[in-house]
Design a protein around this ligand. Structure first.
Ligand code: SAM
Length: 198
């Protein structure tokens, strides 16, 4: 046994809450790896909505989904993730099994286009509200790029304020490597109705 990578651990956690017919959100499409993973997890009856502000990310994701025959399960939006409340189908509120964030910039894309703390935290609060009881939000945070450390600090500060009787929050990170990515995972309690979420 060896410890899983940050991304592999995120997938392991999310796999545990997906089921055929589930709803899931990829909040940062990038190359579409998480989108494909979510589309596979929700099965032919399920649905995934994905967000990215760059057309290039939507194109890369669409290509990947095509290659795997998964296009029909996924709706892509060229919008910021903090607009998800206005865009997701209303019936998804309180019924989303998993929302995945992978922060930072598009690999092999423009490194100046990065996720920003204000919009990231705004999107987190919406995603947490829309999660189903028992649903999971994951976020991979990077600190090696300009702006990454500040974003990670602000996200961690926000996440630590979540009510412990409603959300269980964990962090997973290699501690003896410089700028190792960090995984934050938040699970909404199975016992609390959605209106108790902050
Ligand atoms: N999960 C992706 C994958 O599997 O390949 C990697 C995501 S990449 C590290 C981060 C992405 O976040 C970039 O494609 C970037 O364009 C996108 N992004 C930046 N700001 C955003 C925002 N406000 N809303 C949605 N996506 C955003």
């Amino acid at each position: 046994m060896s410890f899983p990578s940050t991304l592999a651990f995120a997938h392991d956690l999310v796999k545990g809450v997906l089921f055929p017919g589930a709803y899931a959100v990829d909040a940062t499409l990038g190359n579409g790896q998480d989108t494909l993973f979510l589309a596979q997890g929700v099965g032919p009856e399920g649905q995934v909505h994905g967000f990215d502000i760059q057309k290039e990310a939507l194109d890369r994701t669409e290509n990947r989904l095509h290659q795997h025959g998964m296009v029909n399960r996924v709706t892509l939006h060229q919008n910021s993730h903090h607009q998800m409340e206005q865009i997701l189908p209303p019936k998804w509120k309180g019924n989303i099994s998993a929302v995945m964030f992978n922060l930072g910039y598009l690999p092999k894309g423009d490194p100046a286009i990065i996720t920003k703390p204000e919009t990231t935290i705004h999107a987190f609060s919406q995603a947490l509200k829309w999660l189903a009881p028992g649903g999971i939000l994951t976020a991979v945070l990077y600190t090696g790029h300009t702006g990454g450390l500040e974003e990670a600090k602000q996200v961690l500060n926000y996440i630590k304020t979540l009510k412990p009787n409603v959300f269980h929050v964990i962090q997973y990170q290699t501690l003896n490597r410089h700028h190792a990515p960090s995984l934050i995972a938040v699970q909404k309690s199975k016992k609390h109705p959605p209106d108790e979420a902050r």
